[in-house]
Design a protein around this ligand. Structure first.
Ligand code: 13P
Ligand code: ZN
Length: 273
């Protein structure tokens, strides 16, 4: 089957839409950011001959837990601005080999590109999320501006950071009741940042990379994108609040408890007074 037909697939349309939206929000300058989307064999088979392997490449980590799983993933160094116009170049579909140490390219990356340099973080985070949520499918990283800025000005304490974001928009507690995790600054594209992120991903779907960006998980692209949108909006409001002279009044912990009860969410233990 030709690669034209795969452009009609829902997963492809959704991926290109989220890439475009993320770029329009200013979260993916140049090649900043990356996405991986777990796909099933059943979803792919109408569009691709999955027995045809274009190329095989080694992984820097062993991810046996993901053997035979397929991912639609952004390419390393690919400008988000350009991916929609040339998806076969900027995107690829890979299958993790049985030994967990290699991946096979099934489609895309036509000019010899490789998956994102953050593939170790993505794959290890997929393992973490799947271990706690069978419906998990998406890992999304970008350089959301206000969240990134807050990592310079706000104390990098997970509880304090989470509480500040919760306070900035009433709906934040409902969207991410488990809070936000924060790792130390680490070199991007390394196994080390991947391991630190994946460790946090067992508890939260959102991890901040100080002075770099945000890393989120979701059951679908919309959910992952919505998580960044919500936290980024809160960070934007925080920026305005600080510029206007700082917090004079805010939602109380008692009100947070009422909110959690109404929307049947359980706020992270000990994050409310
Ligand atoms: P890639 O182009 O390799 O995906 O890297 C972009 C990025 O944001 C690294 O953190
Ligand atoms: Zn990045």
């Amino acid at each position: 089957m030709s690669s034209k037909e795969i452009m009609c697939a829902d997963f492809m349309k959704q991926m290109l839409d989220i890439i475009e939206q993320s770029y329009q929000h200013g979260w993916d300058e140049r090649n900043g950011g990356n996405i991986s989307y777990l796909l099933t064999q059943e979803e792919l088979e109408p569009y691709l001959d999955i027995t045809k392997v274009v190329s095989t490449f080694s992984l820097s980590i062993c991810v046996k837990e993901l053997a035979n799983k397929y991912f639609l993933v952004t390419g390393s160094g690919k400008y988000f601005r350009n991916i929609k116009g040339n998806p076969c170049d900027g995107l690829g579909i890979i299958r993790i080999a049985k030994n967990g140490k290699q991946a096979e390219l099934i489609w895309g990356f036509e000019n010899g590109a490789l998956p994102t340099s953050e593939l170790p973080s993505h794959l290890l985070s997929h393992i973490s999320r799947l271990s706690v949520d069978k419906k998990h499918r998406v890992i999304l990283h970008n350089h959301a501006s206000h969240l990134l800025a807050m990592t310079f000005t706000h104390e990098l304490d997970e509880r304090a950071f989470t509480r500040t974001l919760w306070k900035m928009c009433t709906e934040c507690l409902v969207v991410f009741p488990e809070g936000v995790s924060i790792i130390p600054w680490l070199v991007p594209g390394t196994n080390e940042i991947g391991e630190a992120t994946a460790d946090k991903m067992k508890d939260t779907r959102m991890v901040l990379w100080p002075y770099h960006g945000v890393y989120v998980a979701g059951n679908c692209l919309d959910e992952a994108f919505g998580l960044v949108e919500t936290a980024e909006k809160a960070a934007q409001i925080y920026t305005y609040v600080q510029a206007q002279g700082g917090i004079k009044q805010a939602i109380s912990d008692q009100q947070f408890k009422q909110l959690a009860e109404r929307f049947s969410v359980i706020p992270r233990k000990d994050y409310l007074d």
